[in-house]
Design a protein around this ligand. Structure first.
Ligand SMILES: Cc1cc2nc3c(=O)[nH]c(=O)nc-3n(C[C@H](O)[C@H](O)[C@H](O)COP(=O)(O)OP(=O)(O)OC[C@H]3O[C@@H](n4cnc5c(N)ncnc54)[C@H](O)[C@@H]3O)c2cc1C
Length: 308
């Protein structure tokens, strides 16, 4: 019987970093396994790049319908159904998620379903995934247990950064997870942070009619982009009716049952308090490096190096 517990290479995490590596490793002749605890394809295919582009495509088409006249066309009674928009986005993600399963099978990469931690050099223990994550393992996946490999690659990705006072609560203050599947468009929305994730959601919700405000602590929106591009994007967003504060921060959020009062410090000595139906916290991501057992290997994270 084939040995299904020892491999040449085990990859932890099946996002674009992990699954592409797994395919290449298998193509090069290594006996390869990939461990995943939630969704094949990782954040990108399931909660990031792909579903956001699907949402934005619906927003774009809606925008075209509203401006049909500009193209010599006519469209009347144009409407939208947020639930159907989200359902389409989830279906696109599901298709790609299934596609990764197919690619693993085609390339003979074993999928191990569960949460991986390093035990010792060359040893990985996989425990059952968090039951709150409702995702089915792909057919034929291996389960929890002890596995060994000559090489282990950590590709565990990242999750939303949480800042004190701005903690997401899943209802009023969202991360990209809740923002991706909202069944309704809030009347007013505060987006904290104007990186790619923040401005994408700002643009999506504005297209469907939300009054959107972005607050960015740095002097320009899209802080890691070129200043010229950021200025151009800002103009375009403001033309769409998005209100933007830069060099400003949220001093506090006061949550009630169905709204959030945000005190905005404009960075010039002034503050104002505005009320929003929903808030998206898009203040960056942090790496999934905890509880991985990195300390039991010769590897170290940058955080450990800085501490040590
Ligand atoms: C809303 C949003 C929009 C984005 N849009 C774009 C875009 O348009 N273009 C772009 O280039 N990038 C975009 N990104 C960023 C992109 O999603 C990431 O750069 C990419 O997903 C990183 O890939 P990864 O393989 O490193 O990690 P991830 O995709 O995060 O995958 C890591 C995987 O590891 C698994 N995992 C973690 N720990 C364990 C463990 N202990 N055991 C088992 N499994 C584990 C996780 O469940 C996850 O599936 C976006 C991100 C977000 C949130």
């Amino acid at each position: 019987m084939a040995d299904t517990s020892s491999f040449d290479i085990i990859i932890i995490g099946s996002g674009p970093g992990g699954y592409v590596t797994a395919i290449r490793a298998a193509q090069l002749g290594f006996k390869t396994a990939i461990v995943e605890r939630a969704y094949l394809g990782g954040i990108c295919l399931n909660w990031g790049c792909i579903p956001t582009k699907a949402l934005l495509r619906s927003a774009e088409i809606f925008h075209y319908f509203q401006h049909a006249k500009d193209y010599g066309l006519s469209a009347s009674n144009v409407g939208f159904d947020p639930k159907a928009v989200v359902a389409r986005s989830r279906a696109v993600s599901k298709r790609l998620n299934d596609g990764v399963g197919f690619l693993m099978k085609k390339n003979k990469v074993a999928v191990i379903w569960g949460e991986a931690a390093l035990d010792a050099p060359g040893r990985v223990t996989v425990t059952p995934p968090n039951p709150q994550i409702k995702a089915d393992p792909p057919k034929g996946a291996l389960g929890p247990g002890g596995y060994s490999a000559k090489h282990i690659i950590v590709a565990t990705g990242a999750r939303p950064r949480v800042l004190p006072g701005l903690e997401p609560d899943g209802k009023l203050v969202w991360t990209y997870f809740e923002a991706m599947v909202a069944p309704a468009i809030p009347k007013s929305l505060l987006v904290i942070g104007s990186g790619a994730i923040g401005v994408e959601f700002a643009s999506y919700y504005r297209a469907f009619g939300a009054e959107v405000t972005i607050v960015e602590v740095l002097p320009q929106i899209l802080p890691v982009e070129d200043a010229e591009i950021a200025a151009f994007a800002r103009k375009a967003f403001e033309k769409q009716g998005i209100k933007i504060f830069t060099g400003a921060k949220i001093a506090k959020l006061d949550r009630t049952a169905d709204s959030v009062a945000a005190t905005i410090d404009d960075g010039k000595g002034g503050t104002q308090t505005l009320t929003f139906e929903r808030v998206i916290s898009a203040v960056g991501v942090v790496g999934n490096t905890e509880n991985l057992g990195l300390e039991k290997t010769r590897g170290e994270s940058r955080a450990q190096r800085h501490r040590g």
